[in-house]
Design a protein around this ligand. Structure first.
Ligand code: AMP
Ligand code: TRP
Length: 330
C-alpha cells in the first residue's frame, strides 16, 4: 500500500520552455502509477526575482493547465500550488537553523543569479535552496525528477536532511535526483553554451510550450549551428549537438540513429524536420491546454483539492518537526 513518494515543481516565473518540458514536465506522468506523486507549482520560489503580480497569477494558472495537458492526472497525483500550503514556509524557517550562510553563498545558481542582479540582491535568492529543501522534505519524498541544473539543490537538500536528522534524531527521508534519459540540459538555440531558460530575453533562444507552430518552425530555422557542415554529435558542434538532443528527446530515437539518418541529408533538412516534430507536439499539448484553461471552475477545483491533500501530508511532518525542535504543542 505504502508507495514511495515523488515530488517535483516548476516555477511559474514566465512561460515554460521545451527545456522545462524535456528535462522535467514530460517525465512527471511516468511516475504516476507506481509512486505517490506530488507535483507543485512553486509560486513562492518565483519571488526570488521580480514578478509582475498579474503575470505571476496568469503564469500560475497557465502552468497548472500545462501540467494537466502534459498528462498529470489529479486522480492519481497531488497537483497543487505551493503558496496554498503554508507548511512549506513554516518548515523552511526551521530548516534555516541548520544551514550556514556560507553554504548558501557558495551555491552556483545563487552566484550566477546574484551576479546578474542590477540592484540589490533579494534575500529570497539566497534562501531559495532552503525553501526547495522544505518542499521535498515536507512530503518525505524519495525521488525528485528534475533537470541537471538542480543537482546541487538536491545535494543541499540531502545535507539539510542529514543535519536535521543528526541533531534531532531520524526525521526526514533523504531524497534522490532522477534525471531524464535524454535532455538533462537543453541549451539556448541562439547560444548553445548557456541553458535554455524561461527568462531569456532573446525570444529566439527558447521555444515555449505555448509558442505557435509557426514560431516554432521559425525559431528552429534560425537556430545556431556551425559552418563545418558535417553532421555529427560532438563538443565542437554544440549547436547541432543540442538540436540532436532535442530531436532524440521528442522522438525517443537514439543519437546514433539520428546521425546516421541525417548524415547525407544535411542541416537544413534536419532543422526543418525537427521544426515539424516540435510543432506537432506543442500543438497537441496546446489543444489540451486550451480545454483546461478555458474552464476556470475546474482548475479551481483541482488546485483546491490538491492543496487539501498536500496539507494533510505536510502537516504530519511539520507537527513532528515542531515537536522535535522543542515548540510547545497547541
Ligand atoms: P525552472 O524553470 O527553474 O522552474 O525549472 C523547472 C524544471 O525544468 C527543473 O526540473 C529544471 O531542472 C528543468 N529545466 C529548466 N531548464 C532546463 C533546460 N534548459 N534543460 C533541461 N531541464 C531544464
Ligand atoms: N528549483 C527548481 C527549479 O528552478 C524548482 C523547484 C522548487 C523544485 N522546489 C522544488 C524542483 C522541489 C523539485 C523539487 O527548477
Amino acid at each position: 500500500m505504502n508507495k514511495e513518494r515523488v515530488f517535483s515543481g516548476i516555477q511559474p516565473s514566465g512561460s515554460i520552455t521545451i527545456g522545462n518540458y524535456i528535462g522535467a514536465l514530460s517525465n512527471f506522468k511516468e511516475f504516476q502509477d507506481d509512486f505517490d506523486c506530488l507535483y507543485c507549482i512553486v509560486d513562492m520560489h518565483s519571488l526570488s526575482n521580480e514578478q509582475k503580480p498579474s503575470e505571476l497569477r496568469k503564469n500560475t494558472l497557465d502552468l497548472l493547465a500545462l501540467y494537466l495537458a502534459a498528462g498529470l492526472n489529479p486522480e492519481k497525483s497531488t497537483v497543487f500550488i505551493q503558496s496554498h500550503v503554508p507548511a512549506h514556509a513554516e518548515l523552511q524557517w526551521v530548516l534555516n537553523s541548520v544551514v550556514s550562510v556560507g553554504h548558501l553563498e557558495r551555491m552556483t545558481q545563487y552566484k550566477d543569479k546574484a551576479q546578474k542582479q542590477s540592484g540589490s540582491i533579494p534575500a529570497t535568492l539566497l534562501n531559495y535552496p532552503i525553501l526547495m529543501a522544505a518542499d521535498i522534505l515536507l512530503y518525505q519524498a524519495k525521488y525528485v525528477p528534475v533537470g541537471e541544473d538542480q543537482k546541487q539543490h538536491i545535494e543541499i537538500t540531502r545535507d539539510i536532511a542529514e543535519r536535521f536528522n543528526y541533531r534531532y534524531s531520524d526525521t526526514f527521508v533523504l531524497p534522490e535526483i532522477i534525471l531524464s534519459k535524454s535532455g538533462k540540459r537543453i541549451m539556448s538555440l541562439q547560444d548553445p553554451t548557456v541553458k535554455m531558460s524561461k527568462s531569456d530575453e532573446n525570444p529566439n533562444g527558447s521555444i515555449r510550450l505555448l509558442d505557435s507552430p509557426d514560431d516554432v518552425r521559425r525559431k528552429l530555422k534560425r537556430a545556431v549551428t556551425d559552418s563545418l557542415g558535417n553532421f555529427d554529435y560532438n563538443d565542437e558542434q554544440l549547436g547541432l549537438k543540442n538540436l540532436i538532443d532535442i530531436y532524440s528527446a521528442f522522438t525517443k530515437e537514439t543519437v546514433e540513429d539520428i546521425v546516421n539518418f541525417y548524415k547525407d541529408l544535411g542541416y537544413g533538412r534536419f532543422k526543418s524536420d525537427l521544426g515539424e516534430i516540435i510543432a506537432e507536439e506543442v500543438r497537441d499539448i496546446q489543444v489540451e491546454y486550451n480545454n483546461y484553461i478555458s474552464d476556470k471552475a475546474q482548475l479551481e477545483k483541482i488546485y483546491r483539492e490538491g492543496a487539501e491533500k498536500a496539507s494533510y501530508m505536510a502537516e504530519k511532518t511539520l507537527r513532528k518537526v515542531y515537536k522535535k525542535v522543542g515548540f510547545v504543542a497547541r
